[in-house]
Design a protein around this ligand. Structure first.
Ligand code: ACO
Length: 379
């Protein structure tokens, strides 16, 4: 008689090492993060999103020439095909932008020039197109739902500045562009987080890049993952003022509410990305004449550390930073995707370079040895 697997499941796969990777690593105890061996603080201080995306995909920082070529490939691929435009246009104006993005990514497989070709070079070209096009997809829907004409991407701008231009019609000043670019660098990859693992599981069946990125986008949308940044801002709006923050958070904890933007599966100390976002959120908040959100957040942070021993994660200060930049709440998670697509694609390429199907086992806890009975005899 067959028996079930006699192993205990690691709930949520906590602590399980699922594959080798040379893309990114989270040092949970120390609060350190590296992309391809480079410390995230160095990249945030000195790099650009384009350079970081190249690093993730190729393994090394680009030379001047390589960066020029990569940036011009991105710019050449920014426009989205009519078929994808139509899919976005057909979405109801009250659709969730993450649902629209997921659908647009999936639809872009119909018209990808390399469709059907899963060779390494074709997959790299698909990755470049997806990195270039996600900003246009998000902004196209945003403009349409506001009754505005989608704008054409501007080739002279960086990916960060172009995204801000596409959603608002205004070219950002240097400070806003730089802050947004740093936010994109910080979100670009994070080892085997849920959406990246989803992408790798899909890719490991030898499914295509678009399928893997579609699935990853779906996984990112959840409030326990990338969806938390929007929830953080909803919470700050509910708290309203710094004076009410301490009482609000005590009350929420007493009700056993999960506080969005706190906790992490791997970090046991501060998420190194949060320090950059905290600084930028404070600076941009005062610049926008809205210092209250930062003040509320400092109180929430203090209480969470004192009462729960929990530190904030990447989603805590990104929400308030985007808010004071005038970006609507439901675009925060799509912005996460605009950056993370670079990491997802790097992982798909790595998975396909040395593929093995990802197929774990379950610890079976259900019934055994039941006998089928006809429907008329079932009580
Ligand atoms: N607020 C209150 N309590 C929390 C929080 C939180 N944000 N996070 C963890 N805890 C508590 C849990 O209640 C649990 O306590 P218990 O052992 O007394 O029941 C303990 O800490 C462990 O929490 P788990 O949820 O089991 O930890 P897990 O590793 O499964 O989850 C997660 C990590 C999902 C990030 C969790 O901390 C959480 O839900 N945070 C809020 C959502 C969030 O900010 N997500 C973004 C994560 S970063 C990213 O994906 C980009």
């Amino acid at each position: 008689m067959p028996t079930a697997v006699e192993q205990t499941a690691a709930r949520g796969l906590e602590g399980v090492v699922a594959n080798e990777s040379s893309i990114c690593y989270v040092f949970g105890e120390e609060g350190r993060l590296i992309y391809r061996g480079y410390d995230i603080n160095d990249l945030a201080d000195h790099s650009t999103f384009e350079e970081t995306a190249y690093l993730l995909l190729n393994g090394d920082l680009p030379t001047r020439e390589q960066l020029k070529g990569f940036s011009s490939d991105l710019k050449a691929a920014q426009k989205i095909d009519r078929v994808v435009q139509r899919v976005i246009r057909d979405a109801p104006t009250n659709a969730n932008p993450m649902d629209v993005l997921r659908t647009a990514v999936s639809a872009s497989a119909f018209v990808d020039p390399d469709r059907g070709n899963n060779g390494r070079e074709a997959e790299y070209r698909k990755a470049v197109r997806l990195i270039a096009q996600l900003p246009t997809m998000v902004a196209t829907f945003h403009r349409l739902r506001n009754g505005e004409k989608p704008l054409a991407p501007r080739r002279g701008l960086s990916l960060a500045a172009n995204f801000l231009y596409l959603i608002s019609g205004k070219t950002p000043d240097d400070e806003l562009e730089h802050a947004f670019d740093v936010a994109l660098i910080l979100h670009a990859d994070h080892e085997l987080n849920a959406s990246t693992f989803a992408a790798r599981v899909i890719a490991a069946t030898l499914a295509d890049v678009h399928g893997a990125v579609t699935g990853a986008t779906a996984a990112l949308a959840g409030p326990l993952h990338g969806g938390a940044n929007t929830e953080v801002m909803k919470m700050l709006l509910e708290i309203q003022s710094p004076e009410g923050a301490e009482a609000w958070i005590h009350n929420a904890l007493a009700q056993k509410r999960k506080i969005m933007g706190f906790g992490h599966r791997v970090y046991r100390t501060e998420d190194p990305r949060a320090a950059h976002l905290r600084r930028m959120s404070e600076t941009l908040g005062s610049r926008a004449g809205q210092p209250q959100w930062f003040a509320i957040q400092r109180t929430v942070e203090d209480v969470m550390r004192r009462e729960k021993g929990l530190y904030c994660n990447v989603d805590f200060y990104s929400g308030s930073m985007y808010y004071v930049m005038g970006i609507p709440l439901d675009l925060y998670t799509p912005i996460f995707a605009v950056s993370r697509v670079s990491g997802w694609c790097a992982h798909v390429l790595e998975q396909h370079a040395d593929n093995r199907l990802i197929r774990p086992r379950a610890e079976y806890v259900g019934h055994m040895n039941r006998r089928w009975v006809p429907v008329r005899k079932r009580g």
